[in-house]
Design a protein around this ligand. Structure first.
Ligand SMILES: [Zn+2]
Length: 297
């Protein structure tokens, strides 16, 4: 039998190869067919969850994964380089494209959808100098547990794209008005960081953007998030738009001679965030370092 370099490794083999590379604390490797999460480290960095495509990754990527396990939760240069390396591997992006990406269910009412689109455009114009795409899909999720939002990045024909920004539907409650704006700015900062330079972390460049646009330059904020009085209650509230929105919209219409069309930016898979980052849901798995749905709060 000849050695087939394209053959997929088993989790046990990957584990052994990572141990040889100094990833001593690792207890198990789990291969998953994720839609969006590339990898994540859970259980105090003892479990490495990998997109199944990585079972065919070259040895150089195993070096990078070993670095991620050894380095977590540090933010050393070597760690960052390894994170970029595994996120950029074309094999996993091909696999994700083949699997297709469908946005999860949106919990927004039609009126809430209009609100979010207007809010996004307003913030893009007033805080980002209009540098973000005209209409990144903004979704409300009723399934985030502790996460407040996330930005899903991807690649289309090698071009960086933002698939969506998702916010927890609970951010539509009156008590969360300030947190809603802060969270959306947080995710928009991830979007521009990714589109401009491929960044998907909360490093110095992201923090530069966060300060510039006026959101908390912190990786995660675990609330306090106000919850609906009845768990599971439908949240249909449409919050007021920020002051100045009407003037801005009127001015833009006068200049543009009408509303701007929605340029839908769709993208591909994505990856993750840092050890200290808030626990992720589906794509973002749970605690700890991960490479997947970048962004996210
Ligand atoms: Zn974030």
């Amino acid at each position: 039998m000849t050695l087939d370099l394209e053959a997929a490794r088993t989790p046990a083999t990957i584990l052994a190869l990572l141990h040889v590379r100094g990833a001593d604390r690792l207890r198990s490797v789990v291969l998953r067919r994720n839609r969006r999460t590339l990898w994540s480290l859970t259980r105090r960095s003892t479990v490495l969850n990998l997109h199944e495509a990585y079972a065919r990754a070259p040895d150089s990527l195993l070096d990078a994964f070993a670095e991620l396990v050894r380095g977590a939760p540090s933010r050393s240069r070597a760690y960052d380089r390894a994170r970029r390396e595994v996120a950029a591997w074309p094999g996993v992006h091909r696999a994700m494209r083949a699997a297709g990406w469908k946005p999860p269910r949106c919990a927004a009412t039609p009126a809430q959808r209009v609100h979010l689109r207007r809010l996004y455009r307003f913030l893009n114009a007033t805080r980002f100098e209009g540098r973000l795409p005209g209409a990144i899909p903004i979704r409300l999720s009723g399934r985030f547990r502790r996460r407040l939002g996330q930005m899903v990045s991807g690649y289309d024909a090698g071009r960086r794209v933002v698939r969506e920004i998702a916010l927890s539907v609970e951010l539509m409650l009156r008590e969360n008005d300030a947190l809603r704006i802060d969270t959306l700015l947080h995710e928009m900062a991830h979007a521009i960081h990714f589109l401009d330079e491929g960044g998907l972390d909360h490093g110095p460049r992201w923090r530069w953007w966060a300060r510039r646009v006026g959101c908390e330059p912190r990786a995660c904020r675990e609330g306090p998030v106000h919850r609906p009085r009845e768990a599971g209650a439908l949240i249909t509230r449409v919050p007021p738009l920020p002051e100045g929105w009407r003037d801005r919209a009127a001015g833009a219409a006068a200049v543009a001679g009408g509303g701007a069309g929605d340029a839908v930016v769709s993208g591909a898979p994505s990856f993750g965030e840092s050890p200290q980052a808030r626990p992720r849901s589906a794509s973002a798995a749970s605690t700890t370092a991960s490479a997947v749905s970048p962004n996210s709060r």
